[in-house]
Unconditional design. Structure first.
Length: 104
């Protein structure tokens, strides 16, 4: 792991920035690690929670495309926040759409 820091974006939110260094053949590559869920948070404490498990010097598993090794992801099979949003609110919007259509 090269670095794990928290930056502030222009809106003032706290954004974890994780970079990992690994070998691709004989070349050392530093990749920015992307996360599935939205990463920036309104508080520094929540951003630190996102960095849990990414201590500097710690070995972690990352996934990357050998054709584009400078971008990696932490968990390729994560469902993500939008999946859960769809599961929770999807049926509500579906029922609402049928009622609106039935009323016209």
């Amino acid at each position: 792991m090269s670095s794990a820091i928290i930056d502030r974006n222009p809106k003032g939110w706290h954004c974890p920035d994780v970079k990992a260094t690994f070998s691709q053949g004989a070349t050392a590559v530093t990749a920015t690690v992307r996360f599935q869920d939205p990463v920036c948070t309104p508080t520094a404490e929540a951003a630190k929670e996102k960095l849990h498990g990414y201590a500097i010097g710690q070995q972690v598993i990352i996934y990357y495309d050998p054709a584009k090794p400078t971008t990696a992801i932490a968990k390729p099979m994560s469902l993500g926040l939008m999946f859960y949003f769809g599961v929770i609110f999807g049926p509500f919007f579906l029922i609402l759409a049928f009622r609106v259509r039935k009323g016209s």
